[in-house]
Ligand binder design. Sequence first.
Ligand SMILES: Cc1cc2nc3c(=O)[nH]c(=O)nc-3n(C[C@H](O)[C@H](O)[C@H](O)COP(=O)(O)O)c2cc1C
Length: 210
Amino acid sequence: MHHLLEKLNWRYATKQFDPNKQVGDQDLEIMQRSVRLAATSYGLQPFRVVMVNDPEVREQLKSAAYGQSQITDASHLAVFCAKTDMSPEYVDDYMARLATARNLPISAVEGFGNTIKGQVDSMDAATITAWNKRQTYIALGHWLIAAAELHIDCCPMEGFDAEKFDEILGLKEQGLTATVVAPIGYRSEEDAMAKAAKVRLPLEKLFINK
Ligand SMILES: Cc1cc2nc3c(=O)[nH]c(=O)nc-3n(C[C@H](O)[C@H](O)[C@H](O)COP(=O)(O)O)c2cc1C
């Protein structure tokens, strides 16, 4: 089996983490750099990932996640948050970084910036947040695959009260909303789900040839 498929078969949505095992700094940095490289619409990166290190805060978040133990037992807790807006200033900042990175005069990227601002102008607030959330899930995909590659366990989680997460983490003030949570660490030997067979549609159902 191809190396990548072996890793993806090995991974599973971890239900029980070993609370005594920690992900090393070097591996964590590789995972974070993988997320940084995620593709996003226009390259806007309209998400942030909050790493929750405070055990007391993690206890509060567990209550807001229906008591799911991964929130407190995993080595690291990443809360993927979507931006709730897309301001002209944010786009301008991106244009400035784009011009610098590619050694272009700002005038060369002005048209691109105006295209983005024009599209954003035609969207209402809910549509902008939904757009940003879609980008956030692409980043989650990178996080999941990077974890598998590094033999790190992960559990993508939507089973939480986003409003409570936003409140506990003070996200609203930062123009963010909790979208999907992804603790990482190492599976507990007691997690029976580690050996559960994968349930997936066959390729011919998943891919429709026209
Ligand atoms: C967006 C999303 C939300 C999920 N939410 C939860 C969750 O709250 N709790 C949980 O234990 N698993 C959660 N899962 C895990 C899925 O149930 C799991 O990925 C799916 O059943 C396939 O199994 P596998 O990932 O172990 O192969 C979630 C997965 C995704 C992608």
